[in-house]
Design a protein around this ligand. Structure first.
Ligand code: CU
Length: 327
């Protein structure tokens, strides 16, 4: 990327990896972080930025260093016990200098699985302040991993692993018969009333962090802790971070994440870990929000009908491999 001295640049950073947490930095430069997951925040200055899977940050950086060439880095952190990759690099070249391989050095940090936690909640202050009301419903999920009789690993949420049935989508059943299929057991969670606050507690004793993503909402991050279990620690209800991916941060004994969302968007929404393997291994649940208003919110039911018809025609008598979760 070319810089001109004195100019200011907007960079949009997305983590599209399947398992990696990236630590982003530009050698020698500071930058301002101005939004998380498209929600504008009160800008804060940083030299490094932790970007977990699915997260988006916008940053502003000024070309205020001596003319030269600098490494831009996205170090692959050693979370989930991965081997570190610190060779993910680009080059910032200042106009007017010779093009050469940078000799710059990166900012220091400790790299271990504990380093993969999100940017601190205190930094992620939404520009448009919104507060969270008292809860009407609470959902608690305890995250574990188990091995089944075929030696396949499955993630479980309070004992149930998600397994979609591709021939029987939840949204289709709701539109057709106003019923929720129950094959995913308690992983089809009904949140029937609109205009209410739902709190979601996800905790795990296994020290592997998980970026949690919810469809259909920006959620509010009420607490992120590096201990297990969640013991009723204080929640931030006054203008908490607002985004759509937040990580269950990890300490040696596990961690917890407390989220809230306001029921104003009727639909069938998936919530899942954004580590691809974990999603495939059943780390997902559905939230059925405002069920009686879903039908009128669907603008084009033909698309659903046609997709299901095409699926049924193709699937026919085939045995469709149900090995992964179907998500
Ligand atoms: Cu996960």
């Amino acid at each position: 990327m070319d810089f001109e001295s004195g100019q200011t640049y907007l960079l949009r950073i997305v983590n599209v990896a399947i398992q990696s947490t990236f630590k982003f930095m530009i050698d020698g430069h500071k930058f301002w972080v101005i939004s998380n997951d498209f929600v504008p925040i009160v800008p804060y200055e940083a030299t490094t930025l932790n970007v977990n899977i699915g997260q988006r940050y916008d940053i502003i950086v000024t070309a205020d260093q001596p003319i030269g060439d600098y490494w831009m880095r996205s170090d692959n952190l050693a979370c989930t016990y991965m081997i570190q990759g610190n060779d993910v690099k680009g080059i910032i070249h200042y106009a007017g200098g010779l093009r050469m391989e940078p000799a710059s050095t990166g900012y220091n940090y400790t790299n271990n699985f504990l380093a993969c936690n999100d940017e601190p909640m205190a930094n992620l202050v939404p520009h448009v302040a919104m507060n969270v009301g008292a809860k009407s419903q609470e959902i608690d999920e305890n995250v574990l991993v188990t091995v089944n009789s075929q030696n396949l690993y499955k993630w479980t949420l309070s004992g149930t692993t998600f397994q979609a049935q591709l021939g029987d989508p939840t949204l289709y059943d709701i539109l057709k018969n106003d019923t929720i299929p129950n094959y995913s057991g308690d992983l089809a969670i009904s949140v029937p009333k609109l205009g209410e606050w739902v709190y979601l507690i996800i905790e795990s004793p296994i020290p592997i962090s998980h970026p949690i993503h919810l469809h259909g909402h920006d959620f509010y991050v009420l607490a992120q802790g590096t201990t297990f279990p969640y013991m009723g620690q204080a929640l931030q209800l006054k203008n908490p971070p607002r985004r759509d991916v937040a990580t269950i941060n990890m300490g040696p004994t596990g961690g917890y994440l407390v989220l809230a969302f306001y029921t104003d968007n009727p639909g069938v929404w998936l919530m899942h870990c954004h580590i691809g393997w974990h999603t495939a291994m059943g780390f997902a649940l559905q939230i059925i929000e405002g069920q009686k208003d879903i039908k009128k919110s669907v603008q084009n039911s033909c698309m659903i009908e046609d997709t299901c018809k095409a699926w049924n025609a193709w699937a026919g008598d085939r045995v469709v491999n149900p090995g992964a979760s179907g998500v």
